[in-house]
Design a protein around this ligand. Structure first.
Ligand SMILES: CC(C)(COP(=O)(O)OP(=O)(O)OC[C@H]1O[C@@H](n2cnc3c(N)ncnc32)[C@H](O)[C@@H]1OP(=O)(O)O)[C@@H](O)C(=O)NCCC(=O)NCCS
Length: 148
């Protein structure tokens, strides 16, 4: 599993992955392109067997990192792509002296919640009707150890 910076040529593949998950708050290629203009924004691609297996986008807003979007193609599920993408996010966070990583996840998305719990995130809040004025979001946070 290779984790690398995303390129413009990846965006169509990212959009195709988003489309595999009905109800997923998709950015589409244009959303990823817009992020290129935000200097706090990092988009990474996971590559496996020569194809794009997944992506992550986050903002480095020291002392926090906000995880905005993450998805892995169904064909590459449960092979550690998401774990590797979040692991790389944590490396960026540590290098940028960030102390916590925050995200919102649909409270009905049990797979993603299990992923984040396995990676050390804890539920720190809940936002009712966050998605389409219907589903609630759980706010999850992982605190990173201070560097002396
Ligand atoms: C959630 C998602 C990103 C997981 O990606 P993945 O590459 O399959 O996850 P990984 O293989 O890295 O899983 C790491 C660990 O997370 C947990 N996990 C991941 N997916 C899980 C699922 N569907 N059910 C239960 N646990 C899960 C497991 O502990 C897993 O370890 P294991 O496989 O050794 O048991 C992927 O299913 C996805 O893209 N879903 C749709 C989009 C989405 O929900 N994104 C998150 C939005 S906040």
């Amino acid at each position: 599993m290779l984790i690398r910076r995303a390129r413009k040529e990846d965006y169509a593949a990212f959009a195709a992955i988003e489309a595999q998950y009905p109800g997923f708050p998709a950015w589409g290629p244009g959303g990823f392109e817009t992020e290129e203009g935000n200097r706090n924004s990092v988009t990474l691609a996971a590559e496996a067997e020569g194809e794009v297996a997944g992506f992550i986008n986050f903002w480095i807003l020291r002392p926090q990192v906000q995880l905005n979007t993450l998805a892995v193609a169904r064909a590459h599920a449960r092979r550690g792509a998401a774990r590797a993408l979040v692991g790389k996010l944590c490396e960026y966070a540590a290098k940028n002296l960030c102390r916590e990583i925050d995200l919102e996840v649909n409270e009905r998305n049990s797979g993603a919640i299990a992923l984040y719990a396995a990676l050390g995130f804890e539920v720190v809040g809940r936002r009712p009707k966050f998605y389409n004025n219907t589903d609630a979001a759980l706010l999850m946070r992982r605190t990173l150890p201070a560097k002396d």
